[in-house]
Structures are given as structure tokens and as C-alpha cells.
Design a protein around this ligand. Structure first.
Ligand code: F6R
Length: 252
């Protein structure tokens, strides 16, 4: 695992976007795994800028990590809507090149199986952008999720529901259930770039990088991934015992 510490959240986005752009330029029809939430927004802004400067995303396929259960796709808080608004429209990714779990399917198990089989047909994820929850979750794999888990219906922890309450009118409106790629599914991405910024991510980052590889911190699976890079601002890196120097990369 590589850890890169850069000056601030905007620099996290520029650095992560450069890693994605390297791959997109080498393979313009690659499969890009995308995260939702606040952490990757600076990365998406940098990718939007790259498109304005001429990078072509029209052949890229995008696969989302997760989706709430019971939120209509058209609702701006759904991850379908996020992926269209923040990624597909500004980057010019075709709508038939988007794969997002169907949180309104009557048969959740069937929806997860269809998702996994489409992902396999697409050849798997070439490069995956990830955020990390305050409790060490990745996707919506909360602490306790098996490190070999697959795409499935699961419940959101109270920590995550409280963290995501900022997107809903009332805390009780945050869905209790979601569909998520499993840790084992995410781990099959050939390259992973996790972005984190802010002091509220420091403990989770430290546990993921320097703690034991354990279901108690699902992001700790990254220690066993052959090609994972964490891009952090100094606050998110503050809990690491052996601090990488700013703007440097260190293999761990
Ligand atoms: C989003 C996702 C989550 C977030 C995590 C951090 O698709 O899967 O794991 O990456 O909850 O969220 P933010 O970035 O909003 O702090």
C-alpha cells in the first residue's frame, strides 16, 4: 500500500485525478469504480477540468459502490442521481455505460446477482476510487462485514446514518438499508485509490493502514491489496504513527 500526503483536500483531488487520468489515457474504455459522498468531490472537479481540456470519457464505463434501499432513482439523494449529476453528465459518460445497484428492486438478492454478473461481463474494475467512513467502512460495508463478502443487502450503522443525515431533511429520513458491493467484490479492482481529508477520518485511516487486517475495520483489506494508494490531507494522515513527509509517497 502506498500512502501519499498532500497539502489539502483540493490537492487530494488533483493527485487522485492524475492517477485516474493516467489509466484512462492508457485505456480510454476502462471500467472506473466510483464512490459517492463528499471525499471524492475534489477528484471529480479535477476530472471535470481534464474533460474541459480535452480528455475523452465517452468510452469509459462507471460502476458505483452502493445505493440506498427505498430512495427513488430520480431523488437527488439517490446514488443513481449522484452518479448522473457529478460524474456521467459532466464527464460525458454514456448512460448505458453506468452500473448502479437497484435499491428499489423487489428482489434484492437478484439485483445484487445481476450487478455482479454485469460487472464480470464488463471485465471487472480497472481503477476504483474509494472514500472511507469514520468507522472504517468502505462502500457500505460496516464494521463486522466479512473481508470476502460479496454484493448484498445490508444495514447502515447508526454512525453512518448520523454522518449521512446532512443530506436529508431529518435524521430519521436516512435509509436504514442499502445494497453494497462486498469487501471481496471491491478488492477485485485491479487498482484502488482511496481519498480522505479532514480530522474526522484520522482514526479510521490509521486503523486501515497500521491496525490489524480485520472485519472490525473493513478498509484494512487494503493492506493486502497488490496495488492500493491512499491520498490524504495532513489532517486525515494525523493518526499515522510513522508520518509520511508531505507530498511524498512511501510504500508500506
Ligand atoms: C460512498 C461510499 C462510502 C463513503 C464514505 C465516506 O459511495 O461508499 O463508503 O465513501 O461513507 O463518505 P464521505 O466521503 O461523505 O465522508
Amino acid at each position: 500500500m502506498d500512502v501519499v500526503v498532500v497539502a489539502d483536500a483540493e490537492s487530494v483531488g488533483r493527485h487522485a485525478a492524475a492517477l485516474v487520468l493516467d489509466r484512462v489515457r492508457a485505456d480510454p474504455s476502462l471500467v472506473l469504480g466510483v464512490a459517492t459522498g463528499s471525499s471524492p468531490m475534489s477528484t471529480y472537479r479535477a476530472l471535470h477540468e481534464a474533460r474541459r481540456r480535452g480528455t475523452d470519457f465517452s468510452q469509459v464505463r462507471c460502476v458505483a459502490l452502493d445505493e440506498y434501499v427505498g430512495i427513488p432513482e430520480e431523488d437527488p439523494r439517490s446514488y443513481h442521481a449522484f452518479v448522473r449529476r457529478e460524474i456521467a453528465e459532466p464527464l460525458g459518460v454514456r448512460s448505458d455505460h453506468l452500473l448502479v445497484l437497484d435499491g428499489n428492486a423487489p428482489d434484492h438478492e437478484g439485483a445484487c446477482a445481476t450487478f455482479e454478473s454485469t460487472l464480470r461481463d464488463w471485465g471487472g474494475v480497472a481503477i476504483q476510487l474509494l472514500g472511507i467512513g469514520r468507522n472504517g467502512h468502505v462502500g457500505f460495508n460496516e464494521p463486522g462485514s466479512a473481508l470476502d463478502s460479496r454484493t448484498r443487502l445490508t444495514t447502515l450503522s447508526e454512525t453512518t446514518r448520523a454522518d449521512n443525515a446532512r443530506f436529508f431533511p431529518r435524521p430519521e429520513d436516512v435509509p436504514a438499508y442499502c445494497l453494497t458491493q462486498g469487501v471481496g467484490t471491491i478488492a477485485e479492482a485491479r487498482r484502488i485509490v482511496l481519498v480522505a481529508s479532514g480530522p474526522h477520518k484520522a482514526a479510521a485511516v490509521a486503523a486501515a493502514v497500521q491496525g490489524p487486517v480485520t472485519e472490525a475495520c473493513p478498509a484494512s483489506f487494503l493492506q493486502q491489496h497488490p496495488d492500493a494508494t491512499l491520498v490524504l490531507d495532513p489532517q486525515a494522515a494525523a493518526g499515522l504513527a510513522d508520518q509520511p513527509a508531505s507530498e511524498s509517497t512511501r510504500a508500506r
